[in-house]
Write a protein that binds this ligand. Structure first.
Ligand code: KG4
Ligand code: ZN
Length: 349
């Protein structure tokens, strides 16, 4: 089965063709980073308009790269949520319409399911069951994955997501959007011992997270250092604060992952979502899983952040299982993963 995947939930237009026999045939991505950079964050209406401009040319380029015609497709998968409603509507309406025009089924994909299945595109994918930690700009979740579509939420963030905390702290440090990778780069030069940030919610049982306090702690640390340094921070201090913040997030995520792995007695851990591109997190998780006599799995870095490949793959699995959408489609800005399987379209149509 050959499926076109479309991702437009936030600030990247991503498309890909996945073939269940031949694997990933091609993928293409247009990032809106430059468009939003001057505003310091994603402007939803600008995001939607840019998806409108870029999606069809990107699909044309994709078919050229893959050397295929639309007539060879067996289905179209599009991200239906969670995400920015206007942005989602672009991918969903274009995807649903193309499927209708080509006479093939369409399938709505949950963005986070796409992320958690992204390691399946690697040469040595994890077997089921596995634990997945989804760490992106909007989510921080621990999920027990028994199989495609069988997900049990183990833990969630009570406030900010890990990526959001990275982005907000980066902004406080005067780094450009998107802050996560910039903060990680700055942290490389930082001294891990100069500042000590808390590890929120690790001293009590459970698998939930809370990152908003860490951002406040960063703000207080920055303000105090500014007073000590006479107004503006030295590069060394900025790097040391970035490092302390990164250490705290990485430690917190690691402690909760280890707890989930032990609690479920499952030795395979998947890390996915934008923050899983973080090198320090990967190194620390790798050695933690070695200590647990288990294995950690990650998507390749470019499939950690938003992309069309993960949507094409997830959609293909659902189409192979015989699922598809009616002609009417819906998108959802919020969409709890445990509601997956209840569908997003009206089966009566
Ligand atoms: O999965 P993603 O592309 O979009 C969402 O679904 O949210 O994740 C984006 C998030 C942003 O918060 C970004 O700052 C963060 O992932 N991120 C990183 C790194 N690369 C991306 N955070 C820390 N270290 C990185 N290397
Ligand atoms: Zn994402």
């Amino acid at each position: 089965m050959r499926v076109l995947g479309i991702e437009t939930s936030c600030d990247e237009t991503g498309v890909a063709v996945y073939d269940s026999e031949q694997g990933m045939l091609a993928h293409a991505l247009h990032s809106q980073v430059e468009l939003h950079a001057e505003y310091g964050g994603v402007v939803p209406e600008l995001a939607s308009r840019d998806h409108v401009r870029k999606l069809l040319p990107l699909v044309r380029q994709l078919f050229q790269d893959a050397g295929i015609e639309a007539s060879s497709l067996d289905g179209v998968a599009y991200t239906a949520g969670p995400g920015l409603v206007g942005a989602l509507l672009v991918g969903a309406s274009v995807g649903r319409s193309m499927a209708w025009a080509w006479g093939v089924p369409a399938i709505a994909v949950h963005h986070m399911e796409g992320h958690l299945l992204a390691p399946m595109l690697e040469p040595d994918p994890p077997a089921f069951p596995f634990i997945a930690m989804l760490v992106s700009g909007g989510h921080t979740q621990l999920v027990e994955v028994e199989g495609i579509g069988r997900y049990r939420l183990l833990g969630d963030t009570l406030d900010d997501a890990a990526g959001e905390a990275f982005d907000k702290t980066a902004k406080l440090l005067g780094l450009p959007y998107p802050g996560g990778p910039e903060l990680a780069k700055l942290a490389e030069r930082g001294d891990p011992d100069r500042y000590k940030f808390p590890r929120p919610m690790t001293d009590r049982p459970g698998l939930d997270f809370s990152f908003s306090g860490l951002k406040t702690f960063a703000l207080n640390t920055i303000q105090q250092a500014e007073r000590q340094e006479g107004g503006s921070l030295s590069d060394t201090t900025r790097a040391d604060i970035a490092r302390a913040f990164e250490e705290a997030v990485v430690d917190t995520l690691l402690i909760k992952c280890r707890r989930a792995v032990r609690q479920c007695a499952i030795k395979r851990l998947v890390l996915a979502g934008g923050v899983s591109a973080n090198q320090r997190l990967r190194q620390r998780i790798d050695s933690m899983m070695e200590g647990e006599a288990g294995t950690a799995y990650y998507p390749r870095p470019k499939f950690c952040t938003d992309n069309g490949a993960m949507i094409a793959y997830a959609g293909c699995q659902h189409l192979l299982a015989g699922e598809s959408e009616a002609l009417r489609f819906t998108v959802r800005s919020r969409w709890p993963m445990d509601e997956l399987g209840e569908g997003v379209s009206d089966p009566g149509l």
